[in-house]
Write a protein that binds this ligand. Structure first.
Ligand code: AMP
Ligand code: TRP
Length: 328
């Protein structure tokens, strides 16, 4: 039986953080043998918010290097840059013409982003989910490994695919969301009410994958908790729950054994233990990134070869969609 295909993407904005890693990238890496994998640096999505052109070019490249350092293996997975394949925005247009305004209007990420940054509300930001649907549907992906914040966008991608297939004839596979049980929503260390995000400005908000051990330890020591003194998994105690979740996913221990480990111990001990396991997880990634970042030609070659490999899949789907709607 042939392997199921997964597709996922990540934006080259800000710095990649522990939320991105636990919610998405770790799962891409861990299941590379199980699936046929296509991963994408979604630079066209990045320009829905203002970007410095030179910096965007650099960040696109850096993120590709980071993903390789995290363990994306090009023997098993394709890794390409979205704007290298023209079928993405082209299919997004056809999808646009099949998405009801009302459905797009429901997207909470657009509402959040436009409230946070009222000066940057452009049509591309509104239309972001259509481009994301195109990304996924072009490759006939069976599954999409993402963090929880992408659930609503995936639902829209499924809905437009179902509607299109029904109205015009079978064109797209209906993709399943693949959201991890633990790690799908890592919260900010300074503010456990909000998800860890690249755009948050707080100095102790996020752990970046390139943070040094000292910085990681410092950030965890300052993490917001509460004034109670038991260490238990309790969703109401957001700061503590977040720390325990990070520990759970990285140690693979059961909740019972983690609670037993910290009986009679305080937050200081927990923070130290979480910091240690994060430091040891990120150490080889940081070292590999340092090695790879000196090899720009190698990264460029991987991105090009991957784009050349997957382009025919995207083109075939786009061609079929064009035919079905009467554009050719
Ligand atoms: P982005 O940085 O928005 O391009 O997100 C890339 C991937 O990381 C997506 O699959 C997101 O769902 C995931 N992600 C982003 N932030 C978090 C977070 N705080 N916790 C878990 N997953 C996240
Ligand atoms: N919207 C996703 C995010 O911000 C990134 C993304 C773009 C994506 N296209 C995708 C994720 C296709 C999965 C599949 O996290």
């Amino acid at each position: 039986m042939s392997k199921k295909r997964v597709f996922s993407g990540i934006q080259p904005t800000g710095q990649i953080h522990l939320g991105n890693y636990l919610g998405a990238v770790k799962n891409w890496v861990d299941s590379q043998d199980v699936y046929e994998n296509i991963f994408c640096v979604v630079n066209s999505h990045a320009i829905t918010t203002p970007q410095d052109p030179k910096e965007l070019r650099e960040k696109t490249f850096e993120l590709a290097g980071m993903l390789l350092a995290c363990g994306i293996d090009v023997g098993k997975s394709s890794l390409f840059v979205q704007s290298e394949i023209d079928a993405h925005p082209s299919l997004a247009w056809i999808l646009d013409c099949n998405i009801a305004m009302g459905e797009m209007n429901r997207m909470t990420q657009f509402k959040d982003k436009s409230l946070k940054n009222p000066k940057n509300v452009n049509v591309g930001l509104f239309n972001y989910p259509a481009l994301m649907a195109a990304d996924i549907l072009l490759y006939q992906a069976d599954g999409v490994p993402v963090g929880e914040d992408q659930k609503q966008h995936l639902e829209l991608a499924r809905n437009v695919a179902i509607k299109f297939n029904r109205d015009f004839g079978t064109c797209f596979k209906i993709p399943e969301p693949m959201i991890p049980e633990v790690g799908a929503r890592v919260m900010g260390l300074d503010d456990p009410q909000s998800k860890m995000s690249k755009s948050h400005k707080g100095a102790n908000h996020a752990i970046f994958l390139l943070d040094s051990p000292d910085v990681i330890l410092k950030k965890f020591k300052k993490a917001t908790t509460d004034s109670l003194d038991t260490i238990v998994f309790d969703t109401e105690r957001k700061g503590l729950y977040n720390l325990l979740g990070i520990y759970e996913v990285l140690t693979q221990k059961s909740r019972e054994s983690i609670e037993a480990e910290f009986v009679g111990k305080g937050y200081g001990a927990l923070k130290l233990a979480v910091a240690e396991v994060v430091i040891e997880t990120l150490r080889p990634i940081r070292e590999e990134y340092m090695r790879l970042s000196a090899q720009k030609g190698y990264i460029a070659q991987i991105l090009k070869e991957s784009a050349d490999k997957v382009r025919p899949i995207a083109q075939a789907t786009y061609q079929r969609a064009k035919e079905l709607v009467g554009l050719i």
